[in-house]
Design a binder for this molecule. Sequence first.
Ligand code: AMP
Ligand code: MG
Length: 417
Amino acid sequence: MISVEEALEKILSYVDMLEPEDEPLLNSLGLVLADDVYSDIDIPPLDNSAMDGYAVQAESTKGACSSSPRTLRIIGEVAAGYIAKEEVTPGTAIRIMTGAPIPKGADAVVQFEDTDEEKRKAAKKPLTDIGILRQAAKGLNIRKAGEDISKGSLVLKAGTVLRPQEIGVLASLGKDVVHVIRRPVVAVLATGDELVDIKEPLPPGKIYNSNTYSLASQVERYGGIPKILGIAKDNIKALEDKIKQASDADLLITSAGVSVGEYDVVKDVLARLGEVTFWTVRMKPGKPLAFGVLRLGKKKIPHLGLPGNPVSSMIAFEQFARPAILKMLGRKSFTKPTIQATSEGRLENRDRRRVFARVMVSKRDGRYFASLAGAQGSGILTSMAQANGLMIVPEDKPAIEVGEEVQVQMLDWNEEM
Ligand code: AMP
Ligand code: MG
């Protein structure tokens, strides 16, 4: 038996960061920038107003206060998106909206609240003059050109993972296409004579193929593009035909047929098409695992053979396929967020494997508590549906007792927990 770490290290040694490609900006969430991004423009492009108010010369407001306003003549108005035609001179003002470029001659903006505009409007007089109620310093309420990003500067470094805020920054630079590491195509193949597609009626003795759907969704969640190969029957020809359809994928994930002895067909086919190693990994669930490299045409495709049990395949995916996908995406960090919690259940670990128990983590009085999410059998997929984390029982620990502190790998992370 090999450890979870050994298996992961081996798998990661066979996958590399993929090549970059151009992606439309809106498709690049979660992807990794392939190049440094510099700005061709100043942001904001021009000095502009941070407030709705009056663009003035600070000098014209000297000594202004509410008991002694300075009255200025209004010579125009400018909204965001327009350039004022008029020039502000001593004793004049231009009505200005937030975001509008500062008119020529002006060096400060007095916000509406510091003028008598409300009073004048209430008196229903035409707005030809404005009383300034407070002295303005030069630069007041002016956002300087380039204060966010200056032309020519390095804005985002290669290797940056694009979150909504980076997507926004790239949009503010006018980048509609970005150079990013492409998403891996991950072929997903279910194997087993007992499997029926979810569109079909369910004959006696058969079960619906659920692994394809949970695994494909995991692929998608972590940034890959699932390529569904459907179900392969337990015979050499069916399996070979399906596996060959993975030739344009970056990774092939199969489920089932890796438990000892009983599944020689998969073994034979995989061995014929490449090299394959069958491992028993010191973990529970998810002990049987196959890993190899398939030669399909000129391409070499890493293949991860997950166990068939629905819970095992999902947990093995989290531990091994997720890091492989993230590495191909150019990510540097593969670890799932892990927290410390107090166990509310007792769990035995009889055979010295690392147990990933399905738990529901909740927060009370600033502490995390983990309670077992129902029966822990590897076929009980609803335990995954009830769980938001995987409680880790170390290999050398015979049991976790109620009240003991444990590490929990979070499947989901939300603040409302
Ligand atoms: P195996 O790894 O072939 O021994 O399968 C282990 C268990 O997982 C068996 O009970 C299978 O019926 C079940 N199983 C295998 N593949 C799937 C699948 N695609 N969807 C749901 N259950 C499956
Ligand atoms: Mg089987």
